[in-house]
Design a protein around this ligand. Structure first.
Ligand code: SAM
Ligand code: SF4
Length: 420
């Protein structure tokens, strides 16, 4: 696309143009429920109508439902200029649903601007598809350049059938993000980079991120405050203040244009940036994005819990595991297995390592661990035995359903299974 043509389009994009954000409306399609990574600040709650923050949506739509909703919204909001995918998970982890939704809407309204936001893990795989689909604005979240910092931000990534944790995960993710940004920018796509400012974790490092993404061709950065989302690992952190974010934007402005009007929107936001109207357009009955067509399965899951009611015990503090089976709907308690606590305190190193392995061997027949919290070293050790971890602070019933979903999605990304 010619530069002039792209500039004209961008002038109608409320996120990319400050002047456009009072005039033009955007519509987010919540067609991307799954995510291929786990950020410590993220909690994707699908059903809260009162909360407005990234990752929240009141419904998940199929491509056909997206088209129907688009037609309704367009009829009521003539100044609608942009259709975007902002989760609630990751657009590229739900690529089939995203592609079909965009194709359907494009056939109906060819002049619409399409954009998506992504963590960038799959950009080296999908950048050409993005261009072929006619998307010309892409937002990539890059929180750091150093794996040591990333290990404190990302709990795990799931890439090409394998789970990665710690610095390995962060290194892979960062590498793909940077490669992806360059590929997109070199091919004329306008790239905005989101950076979540987390005090004490990546704040001092942000100017380096801005410089780097500029060198790769990013058009602007959007430094956003951390919202300590309830239920996320960072829920106890304090919210980065407006003042701190503005000071960081001022510092980085000398290198690259800063977005300053971001509203940290919901995944189903509709309307002007400052005037969400999504509540007016909610469908009465949300359906899953993609029906699960995997054969029925029963998973055995080891749970850490104080009284066998809530998932309320840290993995490292559990002196026993409660073993359950679930088919996604019904759960069955099997037994309680006593174990050594993972956090052993005073034992010598070799003794500690052997005990940690013995602990995992005691649950080696389980498909997953469901726990309130777990450190990444312990998580890594479990993954070494092929046991993924689901974190929850809900009831055991709900936690088991979440764990079931997580296991199913790992087998079939994008699927939402209700069980047997
Ligand atoms: C929900 S995500 C969807 C897109 C994609 N999965 C991603 O992370 O880039 C949209 C943006 O919100 C940010 N975000 C999610 N939870 C947040 C939180 N609790 N505080 C601040 N930003 C958050 C993400 O980092 C991302 O830039
Ligand atoms: S990449 Fe986006 S959707 Fe996925 S965990 Fe991080 S913030 Fe949430």
């Amino acid at each position: 696309m010619e530069k002039q043509e792209l500039a004209e389009i961008t002038a109608k994009h409320p996120c990319y143009s400050f002047a456009a954000h009072h005039k033009y409306a955007r519509m987010h399609l919540p067609v991307a429920p799954s995510c291929n990574i786990s950020c410590n600040y993220c909690n994707r709650k699908y059903d809260c109508v009162n909360e407005s923050r990234p990752g929240v949506t009141s419904e998940i739509l199929t491509p056909a439902q997206s088209l129907a909703k688009f037609i309704r919204v367009k009829a009521e909001l003539p100044h609608l200029s942009v259709v975007g995918i902002a989760g609630p998970g990751d657009a590229l982890a739900n690529w089939e649903a995203v592609t079909s939704s965009i194709q359907l809407i494009k056939a109906e309204a060819p002049a619409m601007i399409f954009c998506l936001s992504t963590n960038g893990l799959m950009l080296p795989h999908y950048w050409q598809d993005i261009i072929d689909l006619g998307i010309n604005h892409v937002t990539v979240t890059v929180n750091c350049l150093e794996p040591a910092i990333g290990a404190g931000i990302y709990r795990h990534i799931h890439y090409q059938g394998k789970y990665y944790v710690g610095e390995n995960a962060a290194e892979l993710l960062i590498g793909n993000q940077l490669t992806g940004i360059k590929l997109l920018a070199d091919h004329g796509i306008l790239v905005k980079v989101n950076i979540v400012m987390i005090k004490g974790i990546n704040d001092e490092h942000i100017p380096a991120v801005v410089k780097k993404v500029k060198s790769l061709g990013a058009l602007m950065t959007n430094i956003m405050p951390l919202i300590p989302a309830p239920g996320s690992v960072f829920q106890g952190f304090s919210q980065t203040s407006r003042k701190e974010v503005d000071a960081m934007r001022d510092l980085c402005q000398t290198d690259l244009t800063q977005m300053r009007h971001c509203q940290q929107c919901r995944a189903d936001a509709i309307g002007l940036l400052a005037e969400d109207q999504s509540h007016k357009f909610r469908s009465p009955k949300p359906e899953s994005v993609k029906k699960c067509n995997l054969p029925a399965r029963v998973y055995k899951i080891a749970v850490t819990s104080k009284y066998k009611k809530l998932v309320d015990l840290h993995y490292g503090h559990a002196a026993e595991f409660h073993i359950y089976e679930t088919d996604g709907r019904d759960t069955r308690f099997i037994e309680t297995r006593p174990t050594q606590k993972y956090c052993l305190g005073v034992a010598t190193c070799e003794e500690t390592e052997a005990k940690k392995d013995a602990l995992i061997e005691g649950i080696a027949d389980c498909d997953a661990v469901l726990t309130m919290r777990i450190g990444y070293e312990a998580q890594k050790r479990l993954l070494g035995y092929g046991i993924p971890v689901a974190e929850s602070c809900a009831s055991i019933e709900e936690g088991l359903q979440q764990a079931f979903q997580q296991l199913r999605q790992a087998e079939q990304p994008g699927a939402v299974c209700s069980g047997l």
